[in-house]
Write a protein that binds this ligand. Structure first.
Ligand SMILES: [Zn+2]
Length: 375
């Protein structure tokens, strides 16, 4: 999910990431300007134009996330592409926002906020520019160019509002289309259908751009990348909800006893790949402890017993719980291990480390299987 993007910091608690297509944008702009002005491109102005586009996309996405918040979806991260963004919402709080019959209306409301906000910003900036310096011509080609940055602010917002209405998922128009599909078919099938339509539109744009305005090709490539990103998030989501813990839990694992000394425990930890250990007395689960906790306790207070430093409050799961529920339990308690029990007997453990690993593998294998079925 995080691949092909880099983190650029946090804004209002949301991890803001830039997709690699954003990193290519300065090159595109420089190239186009270079060609347009017969070798006279202006590097700093080109970068300023990238900055303007980034700010406009950021504002657009912020609008979506504010709307989503009203429905209980808490944004955790957002990946910005030059035309759109892919927001990632907090899984641990997603349960409250589970699907209702009117989910498609919610989706449409969240989708339309973006283009409306961009349109509003275009009008606002046009008004401000006209008031400040009436000499600037806003209706003059090229609309979006490094040569006239104020005019570019207006047009970047206008373009964002217009392009986002194209029904190519995950642009807002595509999201609205998907919401309509999801009235009659299940959400993941609706997304797949929207992504297929989107891929077809991207291809048309990419090819059309080769014979006319090169920016069409750029838009096609960006939409195509964004659709892949969303589809991957969807596969992840379906793995989270459909895979049972028994499919991924570790059944061959080390345990500690509450009567072990911390030095003994550390000794055992050295011989294991696990970072977290269930503490078992007889056949009862009595606590959990991490390698780090053992080390910290040894450093702070010297040798003692596992009993004294283990975490006695922990969540347990059963075989048939979903990966998603395990994830939510782990993040809610800020812990990194969940014992899986059956008839009060410990039958396996799930750790954060092992969840991350298996999710990646399962997502890949599901995608392969689906491609086999479809191809
Ligand atoms: Zn949008």
């Amino acid at each position: 999910m995080r691949s092909m993007s880099i983190s650029v910091g946090k804004l209002f608690g949301v991890d803001v990431r830039l997709h690699f297509t954003f990193l290519l944008l300065p090159l595109f702009i420089y190239g186009f300007e270079y060609a347009a002005h017969r070798g006279n491109a202006n590097g700093p102005r080109d970068l300023a134009l990238v900055g303007i586009i980034l700010a406009c996309v950021g504002a657009h996405e912020w609008g979506h996330m504010l709307a989503a918040k009203r429905y209980g979806l808490i944004p955790k991260a957002v990946i910005l592409l030059p035309l759109t963004g892919v927001a990632i919402y907090d899984e641990s709080k997603a349960e409250k926002a589970q699907p209702s019959a009117l989910m498609w209306i919610r989706e449409i409301r969240i989708a339309v906020v973006g283009p409306l906000l961009s349109l509003g910003l275009a009008c606002l900036s046009a008004g401000m520019i006209k008031a400040a310096s009436p000499g600037i011509e806003l209706w003059k080609w090229p609309w979006l160019a490094a040569g006239n940055l104020p005019r570019s602010v207006v047009w970047a917002n206008l373009y964002l509002a217009m392009i986002n209405l194209i029904p190519a998922y995950p642009l807002d128009g595509g999201r609205i289309l998907r919401a309509f599909f999801s009235r009659t078919i299940d959400p993941s099938a609706a997304t797949r259908r929207a992504v297929s339509i989107s891929n077809a539109i991207s291809m048309v744009l990419i090819v059309a751009g080769l014979f006319s305005d090169k920016w069409l090709t750029v838009v096609g490539v960006i939409v195509f990348s964004a659709a892949q990103l969303e589809e991957r998030a969807l596969v992840f989501q379906s793995v989270l909800e459909n895979v049972r813990l028994e499919e991924v839990m570790l059944t061959d694992f080390a345990t500690l006893s509450p009567a072990d000394t911390l030095e003994d425990a550390l000794d055992k930890a050295v011989h294991s790949l696990q970072d977290d250990f269930p503490v078992v007395r007889g056949s009862d689960m009595v606590g959990v402890i991490s390698r780090q906790r053992i080390l910290d306790a040894l450093r702070a207070e010297g040798n003692g017993y596992v009993q004294a430093v283990m975490n006695k409050i922990f969540e347990v799961s059963v075989r048939h719980d979903s990966l998603g529920s395990a994830f939510r339990k782990l993040t809610a308690r800020n812990s990194s291990i969940i014992p899986v029990v059956e008839d009060e007997r410990l039958v396996g453990i799930v750790t954060l480390q092992n969840l991350m690993h298996s999710m990646q593998l399962l997502a890949e294998s599901r995608k392969l299987k689906r491609e086999e079925q479809e191809g």
